[in-house]
Design a binder for this molecule. Structure first.
Ligand code: ME8
Length: 509
């Protein structure tokens, strides 16, 4: 899968409205993957950013009484701030209004033009501005509504530049047949295949009636279609993210694009065809996740049912939100976000199962062994092998991007360790000097098991797990996956009791 370097991206988000939990979800899941790859020793480049051109943004700017540029500056900052709050470890934040991006888009467009697959034509179709896409009559819902947004579409007729997408049918089908699946999960790959098999229409890649965009290099009266402009961000970012460094050479093509299913066609069909036409390597893989739902509905700016992530972060810190989304919304499927569900997992799993386990372990080591983890690991082969199994299962699930299953694996170990506390009952062992060795072994096993848990969970809850490692006597503790295994850590460490990792949050009411 990877050759030691790993380039992954989130979609770049439209700056037409404020970010919500749906955007947070994609960014967090991508960040978990990025952090995990780093823990595996990969040279990672992680990109996110904002999509700023086109009529959707221009119209929302006008509605807010701002110029598109002012509006984009303001909203882009909110997405950047969201990334910071989420503790996203992205290496760069791209804006499609960056001059460097615009220049490279113009260059790539010229290459497309020279490929012979770009021609001038006229087109009339039903346009949904929220999707920034045309629909055929038969794709619309009753009353000429957009199938995604359920809002009215408008008839648009212009003379534009077209990309001969229809000519890429066989090459796309060959791409979908490649051994390493181009799209995960498989249902989404099949969906892409169906789209191509059902027949592709050529794609209008310019717009005549708006000017908020990148001018078409050979016809400056038109601007580049916002989706073409946006897709190429994945390439352009590498040309200027680190001045003086050739990131294209190092990271192209992308290893993984993460997104939700709403933009599957753009990424699985249009994007590789554009790259093929421009003579550029296509990405290795896409992961298409489901929707975060509120009630039964997709959360979206257009539907107006969004949940703001900031209050949750303010109240609980970021890690519980990262954990909750990872566990609750099975990666690849739809899942419901609810404040009640969030609180239940916070209290039941984070505070009680994990936080208490750490707390008890550290305080028993304090009480029975003067705060020093026994240096003799004893021969707890059974637990040692359970930890080894958990670590390798975790990595295997992460490699398959089965993020939620990976989290389940760790949680299995957390529960195992909780049972171990009850089974070994260190408080009973402590009363009997003849059983000192058993007590040593129990305390060592709990601490070493918890260290493995903390290393695995570091990609999901980086801040809290750094604190957990510190409590286990591993300040600035190594989190490389190859030290997660048994026997690499806690022997003889001096534990450092901290306050609860996940404190009870009193209800304000
Ligand atoms: O489509 N559940 O931007 P966008 C899960 N600019 N994920 C969600 C979500 C939800 N309810 N709502 C949004 C665009 N997302 C284009 C992309 S890329 C070259 C250009 C996430 O602001 C999810 O990743 O509409 C989805 O694909 C993306 O936000 C759409 O963001």
């Amino acid at each position: 899968m990877s050759d030691g370097r790993f380039y992954l991206t989130t979609p770049i988000y439209y700056v037409n409205a404020d970010p919500h939990i749906g955007h947070a979800y994609t960014t967090i899941m991508s960040d978990v993957i990025a952090r995990h790859r780093r823990q595996r020793g990969d040279d990672v480049f992680f990109l996110t950013g904002t999509d700023e051109h086109g009529s959707k943004v221009a119209e929302s700017a006008a509605a807010a009484g701002r110029s598109p540029r002012e509006h984009a500056d303001l909203l882009s900052e909110r997405f950047r701030a969201l990334g910071t709050e989420l503790e996203a470890s992205n290496d760069f934040f791209i804006r499609t209004s960056d001059a460097e991006h615009e220049q490279v888009v113009a260059q790539v467009l010229s290459r497309l033009h020279e490929s012979g697959d770009v021609y001038k034509g006229s087109y009339g179709g039903w346009y949904c501005t929220a999707c920034e896409a045309f629909y055929r009559e038969e794709e619309l819902l009753e009353g000429r509504m957009c199938p995604i947004h359920r809002t009215p579409v408008e008839w648009l007729e212009e003379e534009n530049w077209f990309f001969r997408l229809s000519a890429y049918r066989d090459r796309l089908l060959a791409l979908y047949a490649s051994e390493a699946p181009f799209v995960l999960p498989e249902t989404r790959l099949n969906e892409a295949r169906r789209m191509v098999e059902e027949g592709l229409e050529d794609l209008s890649i310019s717009r005549a009636q708006i000017d908020w965009g990148v001018p078409v290099p050979w016809d400056p009266d038109q601007v580049v279609y916002v989706w073409v402009d946006a897709l190429f961000n994945y390439y352009t970012a590498l040309t200027y993210a680190r001045p003086g460094e050739d990131l294209v050479e190092r990271f192209w093509p992308a290893d993984l694009h993460v997104m939700a299913k709403d933009i599957l066609k753009f990424h699985a069909v249009i994007w590789p065809a554009l790259l093929m036409a421009a003579g550029m390597a296509v990405p290795r893989q896409l992961f298409v996740h489901g929707y975060v739902l509120k009630g039964g509905e997709k959360m979206s700016k257009t539907a107006g049912n969004v949940i703001d992530p900031f209050p949750f972060i303010e109240r609980y810190g970021i890690d519980p939100l990262r954990y909750y989304l990872m566990r609750e919304v099975s990666f690849g499927e739809d899942g419901v976000f609810s404040a009640e569900g969030f609180e239940a997992r916070y209290t039941g799993e984070l505070a009680n199962e994990l936080g208490n386990l750490l707390n008890r372990t550290v305080s028993m080591i304090g009480r029975y062994r003067d705060g020093r983890v026994p240096s003799d690991p004893g021969d707890d082969d059974e637990l040692a092998s359970e930890v080894a199994t958990a670590v390798s299962a975790f990595c295997r699930e992460m490699d398959q991007l089965a993020l939620t299953r990976a989290a389940d694996v760790v949680w299995g170990l957390v529960r195992r360790l909780n049972r171990l506390v009850e089974e070994r009952a260190p408080w009973t062992l402590a009363k009997d000097p003849d059983r000192a060795r058993e007590l040593d072994q129990a305390l060592y096993s709990l601490a070493e098991g918890l260290r493995a848990v903390a290393v695995m969970l570091s990609s999901i809850m980086p801040g809290s797990m750094a604190r957990a490692l510190e409590a286990l006597g591993q300040p600035g503790g190594a989190i490389e996956m190859d030290v997660a295994g048994w026997g690499n850590g806690v022997a003889d460490a001096v534990v450092a009791p901290t306050g609860p990792l996940f404190p009870r949050i009193e209800d304000e009411e």
